[in-house]
Design a protein around this ligand. Structure first.
Ligand code: 3PG
Length: 414
């Protein structure tokens, strides 16, 4: 697969929104307390609220916010009433909310909006057709788009974090309304282009966490397109890469990989290691848990009867040197179980190295962000992405339907 070219989109700079009714799709999807159903973290609401939504309202648009929360049938599938309240608090102004997506209630609320007012509609996933994977043209035929589009002058997609979904509210409006990217969408794509399109070299990708299959696809893409000079592996990702190097990790760890169905990735990883010798680093030592305590072992001492929960000090030191020489750094997934005090060492050291570096650094994924916050390092990273799955797909070189739809709309509008 060739290098994905950064999309050419129109933005809020290209449109006049004063007095216009603007549908803005954001990603407010937040962690929800399963008991109280309350929003546990308002990072995403803040991100969209303080940028795109604020700017549209200040420019005198009638702002209609479209968003999802959870998936039908899941415990985090909730209405957006609290999200609207949080948005109001963040902006310090009243934000309207209506428990309807495109029915009469929603339509009337939109028609009554004054310049500068903000209205949040109900969770778009209450519309059963929302999550159908379809083309913009197909979605544009649904009642949802047919009812709302005639009331609006412009569609703004700010939901980079949901742009990997070919859903109605993500792509449908782009077929029938002038459509531009919001500030978060713009910012995410700009940051990603800095690391994926001619990144300043050396460029280092640090892949940790549990999603080994995603990491293999990302490695394949960034090595195949001469984006990354080094890939540093940790976490479960590091374990699978160690197995591909021929190590037996010992019963509890091998069983864990089998349970996660990660062993099927080994042939692909071996092939990649042969094709790009010296580019992929695996841990040289590891921390295992013995009676609830951390114990470090060299990989030469494997197999171990104890579970592995972190990289060791030697690995952190070795990775640190590579990070210090880097000009571009991407980290997706922590190298260890940082939530446990005994095993947070590796993640902390790696994040501290990134924080101290002058390189352009990009971090993404819920666990990585949680680790950055735990160690108070989030503001030392050049760019912290709000996205999870969308970021991973982008780093794999996949085209995101939401971004492609905006590109097509831009072509039509130019
Ligand atoms: C996310 O949180 O990654 C996005 O909001 C997408 O959510 P989804 O995986 O439920 O489509």
């Amino acid at each position: 697969m060739g290098l994905v070219k950064m999309p050419r989109l129109l933005t809020l700079d290209d449109v006049d929104v004063k007095g216009k009714t603007v549908l803005v799709r954001v990603d407010f999807n937040s962690p929800i307390d399963p008991e109280t159903k309350r929003v546990l973290d308002d990072t995403r609401i803040k991100a969209h609220g303080t940028t795109t939504i604020k700017e549209l309202a200040e420019k005198g648009a009638k702002v209609v916010v479209l968003a999802h929360q959870g998936r039908p049938g899941e415990p985090d599938f909730t209405p957006l009433k609290e999200h609207a309240e949080i948005l109001g608090r963040i902006l310090g102004k009243s934000v309207k909310y209506v428990d309807d997506v495109f029915g009469e209630k929603a339509q009337n609320a939109i028609k009554q909006l004054q310049n500068g007012e903000i209205l949040v509609l109900e969770n778009v996933r209450t519309f059963p057709g929302e999550r159908k994977k379809a083309s913009p043209e197909e979605h544009a035929k649904t009642e949802f788009i047919q009812k709302l589009a005639p009331l609006a002058d412009l569609f703004v997609n700010d939901a980079f974090a949901a742009a990997h979904r070919a859903h109605a509210s993500i792509v449908g409006f782009t077929a029938v309304l002038p459509s531009v990217a919001g500030r978060i969408m713009e910012r995410e794509l700009k940051a990603l282009s800095r690391v994926l399109e001619n990144p300043e070299k050396p460029c280092v990708f640090i892949l940790g966490g549990a999603k080994a299959d995603d990491s293999l696809d990302i490695s394949r893409y960034v090595l195949g397109n001469n984006v990354a000079d080094h890939i540093l592996t940790g976490g479960v990702v590091g374990h699978v890469f160690l197995v591909a190097k021929g190590y037996d990790l010992g019963k509890p760890n091998m069983e864990f990989l089998e349970k996660k169905e990660a062993m099927s990735l080994v042939p692909g990883i071996k092939e990649l290691m042969q094709k790009y010798p010296g580019k992929i680093e695996v841990p040289v030592d590891l921390a295992v848990e013995v009676d609830g305590k951390r114990k470090e072992i060299l990989v030469e001492e494997l197999p171990t009867e104890y579970p592995i929960f972190d990289i060791g000090a030697e690995t952190a030191h070795k990775y640190g040197e590579i990070i210090r020489n880097a000009k571009s750094i991407v980290i997706s997934g922590p190298p260890g179980v940082f939530e446990n005090e005994e095993f947070c060492f590796g993640t902390k050291r790696i994040l501290e190295e990134i924080a101290a570096s002058n390189a352009f650094s990009l971090a993404g994924g819920g666990h990585t962000i949680a680790a950055l916050e735990k160690f108070g390092l989030a503001d030392k990273i050049s760019y912290v992405s709000t996205a999870g799955g969308a970021l991973i797909e982008f780093l794999m070189g996949k085209q995101l339907p939401g971004v492609v739809a905006l590109e097509k709309a831009a072509e039509r509008m130019s």
